[in-house]
Design a protein around this ligand. Structure first.
Ligand SMILES: [Zn+2]
Ligand SMILES: [Zn+2]
Length: 604
């Protein structure tokens, strides 16, 4: 028999519940991982039993746990500990200094790699690094740096390791740049990014134990930013089921701290139908549990439908074989009642894809199936309406915050005003989920995405939209929580703080609703709770933070710099320390709270 008492009560908070029937509350009671009750501190006393634990939220602003509806979390996790992140780094000189330090400490045969999440617009210098600077900083350590989906730089050592020479032919849709002396080290997507990813795939991987440790640290980084759920969009070189073993084992051990729904992404051009025909027999949507569930197909369904979001290059026209190939796969998926998602950047591509879906629907009705387009930066009203009629949704991400300047240069400021037309999507009644598409173009930091949704500005500060395409803070938050829930068919289970929903929430470092615009980018969680349990705590909640094994590779850049760059808090700067062996306090420039007397982050 279930007890009437709560396992936990969190009180003295300022909850924004996103539940219209009770938008604000000061306390919640949790039982069996779900909200038992939501209300005032006094209300919760009724649920307090002899063994109920009570946590004082110290008047913090509390929101439902964030849900990124398009994140490459599995791949990001397998690689996190190996990657140097320039996400949020304010200057190129800082970025190059980090590169130089990291190259020195990276042992062979490992590479130093910066795999997206940054743009030169964020740097004070407003420029990219040069190959001379990269070679100078990295010397004999192979180095790979990815910029958006358009280029990568290899230093001379990496060119040698990859075996690229002046005789290496350019792959189709890609360029290995050369000059009179041979290869320069620059790889360019024209506009197929495969040359970038296939080169990165030549770098050493982590062994399974280290990859597991890396995934845990990546999830902790998500928790630090208030994320409690994500939908994994698959990804190039992420093979099912082999590359899912690490995450499955973590879930099995109870060590997953971000709930994950995952889509299956075909890796084999021309054999996509084969993959999906096999997979619909191997597993089914919803298989798994609250922490890890199968969510259907995509974001790649057929390679002929891949339009690359590289605004430095002209829009690619999809090949004529796209329609028949996509139709075959769509028939299998709809016939098997598999939800699916499809990567689509341009309206012209979306028109053709919708032609296919409408034809399939005549034969095999979609009938409420949750399917969606990802990205849809230039979708027009007519196609939004067609999506709505077919019962589809649109998952949007802040890719424009990283490449808006390039879009404006090519297509003009007027066209950029609705990239994507979020407000129109909402007005027209299409389900919309928010996310990042991290880790390679945009950063995974949800606060940068919320800043973009509410201010319309790129990370470089350019204003992209008129008032009419901006969201209020609450609307944006809703897309990042409840909105994303629809995309894994969990809209009734997560996204608000209300009785019966999964007890996922975050208490924040600042008041999201009243913080100045620029401060929104720097918000973090100070207490993240998944299923009622604390998965991350900082500041006054540090002691509640569960221990995490240290990063297993002593050369890992994350040990030194953390993930997303943290602004130093000026008031705390006098408490800096340098040599210290705990993960959370070790990162460069981390400041400790006044009154700190010793580190109790880890019990070992
Ligand atoms: Zn995509
Ligand atoms: Zn993606």
């Amino acid at each position: 028999m279930e007890s009437a008492f709560a396992d936990l009560i969190y009180n003295n908070g300022r909850f924004s519940t996103l539940d219209p029937s009770r938008p604000e509350a000061s306390a919640v009671a949790v039982q069996n991982g779900k909200f038992l009750a939501v209300g005032s501190d006094a209300d919760m006393q009724r649920a307090r039993g002899p063994v109920t634990q009570v946590v004082d939220l110290n008047r913090r602003c509390v929101i439902p746990g964030l849900n990124d509806s398009h994140l490459h979390l599995i791949r990001g996790g397998l690689n996190f500990n190996m990657e140097l992140r320039w996400d949020g780094v304010p200057s190129l000189s800082d970025a190059l200094r980090m590169l130089k330090e990291q190259a020195r400490r990276t042992p062979p045969p490992q590479w130093v790699r910066v795999v997206g999440g940054w743009t030169e617009q964020q740097f004070a210098e407003r420029r990219m690094p040069t190959l001379e600077e990269i070679n100078e900083a990295t010397g004999e350590t192979p180095c790979f740096i990815l910029h958006l989906y358009d280029r990568a730089w290899l230093n001379a050592a990496a060119l040698r390791v990859c075996g690229y020479t002046k005789d290496t032919p350019n792959p189709s849709g890609g360029e290995i740049q050369r000059d009179s002396k041979g290869l320069t080290g620059l790889l360019i997507a024209r506009p197929n990014a495969n040359i970038l990813y296939s080169t990165l795939a030549k770098a050493p991987k982590l062994n399974p134990d280290d990859a597991s440790n890396s995934t845990r640290h990546f999830m902790r980084e998500m928790n630090r930013l208030g994320l409690t759920s994500a939908i994994d969009a698959g990804g190039g070189f992420q093979n099912y089921p082999d590359d899912y073993r690490v995450i499955e084992q973590l879930v099995g051990n109870g060590d997953a701290t971000v709930r994950l729904a995952y889509n299956l992404f075909t890796q084999r051009p021309k054999q996509e139908l084969d993959d999906f025909s096999k997979w619909v027999k191997m597993t089914k949507p919803g298989a798994g549990n609250d922490y890890y569930r199968m969510n259907g197909a995509g974001e790649m369904l057929v390679f002929s439908a891949a339009d690359f979001e590289d605004f430095l290059e002209p829009r690619p026209e999809l090949a004529a074989n796209m329609e028949p190939e996509l139709e075959q796969v769509a028939r299998i998926l709809v016939g098997s009642r598999w939800p699916f998602r499809l990567h689509a950047t341009y309206n012209e591509s979306i028109t053709r894809m919708l032609n296919v879906f409408e034809a399939v629907n005549k034969d095999i009705p979609f009938d409420g199936l949750h399917w969606l387009f990802d990205h849809a930066e230039t979708i027009d009203d007519r196609n939004i309406e067609r999506v709505r009629k077919l019962g589809g949704g649109i998952a949007i991400q802040h890719r424009m915050a990283y490449q808006g300047e390039y879009f404006v240069e090519r297509y003009g400021a007027t066209a950029a005003r609705r990239t994507p037309p979020v407000r129109r999507m909402l007005e027209m009644g299409v389900p919309v989920g928010a996310g990042s598409d991290a880790t390679r173009v945009a950063s995974y930091n949800p606060w940068v995405a919320l800043y973009w949704l509410t201010t319309g500005r790129t990370v470089g500060g350019m204003a992209l939209y008129g008032e009419s395409n901006l969201l209020s803070r609450e609307e944006a938050l809703r897309l990042y929580t409840q909105g994303s829930g629809w995309f894994s068919s969990e809209q009734d289970r997560k996204g608000t703080i209300s009785a019966g929903q999964l007890a996922d929430f975050a208490a924040l470092s600042a008041d999201y609703f009243s913080a100045p615009d620029e401060a929104v980018k720097h918000i973090e969680s100070v207490l993240t709770v998944v299923g009622g349990k604390v998965v991350y705590g900082a500041e006054e909640f540090s002691k509640l933070s569960p221990p995490l094994p240290p990063i297993s590779n002593d050369w890992s850049p994350v040990r030194y710099y953390g993930g997303y760059h943290r602004e130093e808090r000026p008031a705390l700067a006098t408490h800096r320390i340098s040599a210290h062996s705990c993960m959370r306090h070790e990162r460069g420039g981390f400041a400790l709270w006044p009154g700190w007397t010793g580190c109790d982050c880890f019990a070992f």
